[in-house]
Design a protein. Structure first.
Length: 241
């Protein structure tokens, strides 16, 4: 019994456990800040008291800049996935351990939920200033936009993070620019979620699930396709695909 207790203490205090906790906590913080900043810009732009002050281009820039900031702040700790579909796609192509996927999923969703709850407490959110995502038109149209927007995002992420030919120091800027472009083109149609956690947090807090399946299916399919396509053109050696 004493040996088991000693082993337990060693395991709980081991560098591996500490490192896992740091990664998961970094994802939670990053997801919180991403959803809080991005969704806050949506609320401020659509609220009756501050309507139009941010502007739609401003909302796009906030999302893109926030991603860039978080990539450089947390990328060296957790990889700054901040998105379940990014975590899942990287795991499929052995760029991330599958055993960590559930922990990342939980931290990303929890971060989004807490950020959404914060916004709900800070603002009087009505139908116009709702900061979640829902189709603006036909559901199929939003599905296609979510798929394509996430495809672009994941394709770019794979390019700057898995290919040694890419210039790594500019990775955060490029990913942030991809998010900005995606929000510009998909925002008016689907809300440009590209992230199931980003959509789930506001949906849970506000109890709004209109077309929610679009923000699960579209991003997951788009991300896997984006990672798959880049995997075909990524530089390889004789031992890897």
């Amino acid at each position: 019994m004493e040996i088991l207790e000693n082993d337990s203490r060693i395991l709980c205090g081991s560098p591996t456990v500490v490192e896992v906790f740091q990664k998961v906590f970094a994802e939670l913080i990053g997801s919180y800040l991403l959803v809080f900043a991005g969704c806050c810009s949506v609320v401020l732009n659509n609220s009756e008291k501050t309507k139009g002050q941010i502007t739609f281009p401003g909302v796009c820039i906030v999302w893109g800049f926030t991603v860039t900031i978080l990539v450089y702040s947390l990328g060296h700790v957790s990889g700054a996935h901040l998105n379940p579909v990014v975590t899942f796609s990287l795991a499929i192509y052995r760029r991330f351990p599958f055993k960590m996927v559930p922990l990342y999923f939980i931290s990303q969703i929890l971060g989004s939920f807490l950020a959404s709850g914060t916004l709900y407490l800070l603002f009087e959110v009505d139908d116009n200033s709702y900061f979640g995502t829902r189709p603006a038109g036909p559901v199929v149209q939003s599905l296609v936009f979510e798929l394509l927007a996430t495809f672009i995002l994941m394709f770019v992420i794979c390019a700057v993070s898995t290919d040694k030919r890419a210039i790594g120091k500019l990775g955060g800027v490029v990913v942030g620019m991809a998010v900005t472009v995606d929000v510009f083109i998909a925002g008016p149609v689907s809300g440009a979620s590209m992230n199931p956690a980003r959509s789930l947090g506001p949906a849970l807090v506000m109890n709004v699930y209109t077309g929610f399946w679009v923000y699960i299916v579209g991003p997951f399919v788009g991300a896997v396709l984006g990672a798959t396509c880049y995997n075909f053109i990524r530089e390889t050696d004789s031992n890897t695909l």
